[in-house]
Design a protein around this ligand. Structure first.
Ligand SMILES: Cc1cc2nc3c(=O)[nH]c(=O)nc-3n(C[C@H](O)[C@H](O)[C@H](O)COP(=O)(O)OP(=O)(O)OC[C@H]3O[C@@H](n4cnc5c(N)ncnc54)[C@H](O)[C@@H]3O)c2cc1C
Length: 270
């Protein structure tokens, strides 16, 4: 992971009684320094908005247009300067405000991951997989409009309903390989008589469906055997976990993504 490019936000307690200039970048529609300063003032911080001129912003700039730019100079006698999220090279007395979406923290993580992929010489292909070439119990290649992607091992990380990894009509199904979908340990076909009554009251059970795997993260068929010898699944396409109760939607995708990648690459112990 990259090292931090900005100072950490001081805790609010550390701001009380101090003079804080909230940098106001003109023309950025989704950032309001005045309201931020007023909210800080309500908490006992001596905060006021101060202009931070920036010349080269596009017309109708948004917060995302600031991401990765050096922080502008703010002329102030305040003790600290609060900057909108996303700038780099903050001055010593500067700190970054927290972000709602679009979040620079997610953007930085994305950039860091892209950098790691480049360093590892990973070939990233942006294309929709429409099918697979198969031979008996093994997948040979993913088929895309950009051509065939042949590999020894595959990891299916196609997400849930928004990503398109699962599709809900009457039953939930996995559209690419028609893999078995489970609900609480039962195949979706077996669970359906119960599930349709539950769904009538509340749509949540449909969101708890997904693929089940063996210990090596190979999705299993309706009889519980690996559907393909060289296919693994990771992320939210999997069922059998409580997305909301886990406290973090990314926990399981991160963990299983790492494990499935290591297993697919033949690395010891996953
Ligand atoms: C509105 C919203 C807000 C959320 N907020 C949070 C949050 O604040 N914190 C948190 O921890 N979690 C959050 N989550 C949950 C989090 O986004 C998911 O848990 C996580 O993205 C799942 O990761 P994934 O890699 O399994 O699937 P996805 O992130 O869904 O990735 C699947 C990818 O596979 C691609 N794909 C699917 N089919 C194909 C195909 N045939 N060919 C090529 N590509 C394909 C999709 O386009 C997609 O890019 C949120 C989810 C939503 C919907």
């Amino acid at each position: 992971m990259p090292t931090s490019t900005v100072s950490l936000e001081p805790r609010l307690g550390g701001l009380r009684g101090r003079r804080v200039a909230v940098a106001s970048v003109e023309g950025v529609g989704d950032y309001d320094a005045e309201s931020t300063a007023a909210a800080l003032a309500e908490q006992g911080v001596k905060a006021s908005a101060v202009r931070a001129p920036m010349k080269d912003l596009p017309p109708e700039a948004a917060l995302g247009d600031l991401f990765g730019r050096p922080a502008p100079t703010v002329r102030t006698t305040a003790d600290l300067v609060a900057f909108p999220p996303g700038f780099v090279k903050l001055p010593k007395d500067g700190f970054e405000l927290l972000a709602a979406a679009p979040s620079p923290h997610g953007w930085r993580l994305q950039k860091a991951l892209e950098k790691m992929l480049r360093a590892a010489q990973v070939n990233v292909v942006g294309a929709e997989v429409t099918d697979f070439r198969r031979e008996s119990d093994r997948l040979q290649a993913a088929l895309t409009a950009a051509g065939e992607l042949a590999a020894d091992s595959f990891v299916l990380a196609s997400g849930r309903f928004i990503g398109g990894g699962l599709v809900k009509s009457r039953l939930v199904r996995e559209p690419l390989l028609d893999l078995a979908v489970y609900y609480q340990g039962e195949t979706i076909e077996a669970a359906y008589p119960r599930l349709r009554h539950l769904e009538y009251l509340d749509p949540a059970p449909a969101f708890r469906t997904g693929l089940l795997t063996d210990r090596e993260l190979r999705p299993v068929d309706a009889a519980g055997a690996p559907a393909f010898a060289n296919l693994r699944a990771a992320g939210s396409v999997l069922g059998g976990y409580d997305y909301a109760g886990g406290g973090c939607g990314f926990g399981l995708p991160l963990l299983t993504g790492r494990l499935a990648g290591r297993l697919a690459a033949g690395m010891e112990g996953g």
